[in-house]
Design a protein around this ligand. Structure first.
Ligand code: SAM
Ligand code: SF4
Ligand code: SF4
Length: 336
C-alpha cells in the first residue's frame, strides 16, 4: 500500500492541477509580460478529463497510500463544473482529505456547490487587504472585498476554518503583513505567510526579494506577541505560531530559508496529466499517454510506483548556484 522513494519518503499527498489558466496575473506566478495575449495555454483536448483524473486518483489512493488530495491550478474555479470533479473524488474510498487552493475570485458564487459536492477544506490566497497593493500583485485590478466575500461564503458553506495564503514579496506587499495578521486574528481563519519562491522562470526571482519567515514572525510578534506551537504531525510544512493571549494562530512557510524536503510526501499532477515529483522538477512523467494508450489500472499503478520509488528530489535543500541554471516548469502549470 505504501510506496517510499529513494530517500525513504512515503507518498501521501497528491496535488492535482485542473487547469493552467487563471483570471489573475500575479506578478510572482503568471507575470503579464510572459502570460500575455499570445501565451499558448493548453487546449481542452490536452487536459485530463474528470474521468481520467478520477481514475488516476483512485489508483494513487487505493494502491499507493495517498490520503490527501488538493485541487489547484492555475485557478481551479475557472475549470467548468469543477464541482462535478469534487463530487467524483469525494466518493473515493480511503481518501481522508479533499481540499482546494483558489484565488477566491469566484468563491462567493461557488462555495455552496463545492461544499455540497464534498469538498472538505479550502485555502484562499490573498496578498493584501489594501486594494492598491492587492491590485499591484494580481495585476488585473481585482478588489479585496470580493475575495473576503468568498472567504465568508466558504465559511458559511462549512469549509472553514479557512487557511489564507499570503505570498510575501519584498518591496511589494511586506507592509501588508501585520494588517493581514491583525484582521484575521480571532476570526478562526489562519493566515499562512509564504516565502516568495523561485518556481518557474518567468517571475525573475531574486533572493533579496524574499522576506524570510523569521522576519515575518518578528514583524507580527513586535505588535502581537507570538509563541511557537508544536507541529500537527511530523514533517508539517507550515511552522505554527500562536498569539500569546490565545486568540488565534498564524503559520509561516519557509520554503526558501528553512527547506523541508526531508519530509516532502507530495506528488503533483499537471492539468495535462504529467506527474511531477517535485515543485522544481525539470520534467514530468506522462501519465496521459498511458491512460490514452489503453493501459490497464495495474499497468498505470506499476508506472506510478516505479516513478515514486526512483524519486530523489530535494531541490530546496540543494538550492545553490549549481542548480540555478537548470530549466524548471511554471507553478501555474504544475499546480501550486
Ligand atoms: N490560483 C490558485 C491560488 O492562487 O490560490 C491556486 C494556484 S496558485 C499557483 C497556489 C499557491 O501558490 C497560491 O497560494 C500562490 O500564492 C502560491 N504561489 C504562486 N507563485 C508563488 C511563488 N513564486 N512563491 C510562493 N508561492 C507562490
Ligand atoms: Fe493565478 Fe494563483 Fe498564480 Fe495568482 S497565484 S496567477 S491566482 S494561479
Ligand atoms: Fe518537496 Fe521539491 Fe519542495 Fe523539496 S523542493 S519540499 S522535494 S517539492
Amino acid at each position: 500500500m505504501t510506496v517510499t522513494d529513494a530517500l525513504a519518503r512515503p507518498l501521501r499527498d497528491l496535488r492535482i492541477s485542473v487547469t493552467d489558466r487563471c483570471n489573475f496575473r500575479c506578478v510572482y506566478c503568471m507575470p503579464r509580460e510572459v502570460f500575455g495575449r499570445d501565451y499558448e495555454f493548453l487546449e481542452r483536448a490536452e487536459l485530463l478529463t474528470f474521468e481520467e483524473i478520477e481514475r488516476l486518483a483512485r489508483i494513487f489512493v487505493g494502491d499507493h497510500g495517498v490520503s490527501k488530495i488538493r485541487l489547484t491550478g492555475g485557478e481551479p474555479l475557472v475549470r467548468r463544473e469543477v464541482e462535478r470533479l469534487v463530487e467524483m473524488l469525494a466518493r473515493i474510498p480511503g481518501l481522508g482529505d479533499l481540499a482546494m487552493t483558489t484565488n477566491g475570485s469566484a468563491l462567493a458564487r461557488k462555495a455552496r456547490a463545492l461544499g455540497d459536492a464534498g469538498l472538505r477544506r479550502i485555502t484562499v490566497s490573498l496578498d493584501s487587504l489594501d486594494n492598491e497593493v492587492f491590485a499591484a500583485v494580481n495585476d488585473v485590478g481585482f478588489p479585496v472585498e470580493r475575495v473576503l466575500a468568498g472567504i465568508e461564503a466558504a465559511a458559511a458553506a462549512g469549509l472553514g476554518p479557512i487557511k489564507i495564503n499570503m505570498v510575501v514579496k519584498r518591496g511589494v506587499n511586506e507592509d501588508s503583513v501585520v494588517s493581514m495578521a491583525r484582521y484575521f486574528r480571532g476570526s478562526g481563519h489562519i493566515v499562512r505567510f509564504i516565502e516568495y519562491m523561485d518556481v518557474g522562470h518567468s517571475n525573475g526571482w531574486r533572493m533579496d526579494e524574499v522576506v524570510p519567515a523569521a522576519e515575518i514572525v518578528a514583524m507580527i510578534g513586535a505588535e502581537m506577541p507570538l509563541e511557537p506551537v508544536a507541529p500537527n504531525y511530523p514533517g508539517e510544512v507550515v511552522e505554527r505560531w500562536r498569539y500569546g493571549d490565545g486568540i488565534g494562530e498564524i503559520g509561516v512557510i519557509a520554503s526558501v530559508t528553512r527547506p523541508f524536503c526531508g519530509g516532502c510526501t507530495r506528488a503533483r499532477l499537471s492539468a495535462e496529466g504529467k506527474l511531477f515529483t517535485c515543485l522544481f522538477a525539470v520534467a514530468g512523467h506522462d501519465l496521459r499517454a498511458l491512460l490514452r494508450s489503453g493501459a490497464s489500472d495495474a499497468e498505470i499503478s506499476a508506472a506510478i510506483g516505479g516513478i515514486w520509488r526512483m524519486r530523489e528530489d530535494r531541490y530546496s535543500e540543494l538550492r545553490t548556484a549549481a542548480t540555478a541554471g537548470l530549466p524548471k516548469v511554471e507553478m501555474s502549470y504544475i499546480g501550486g
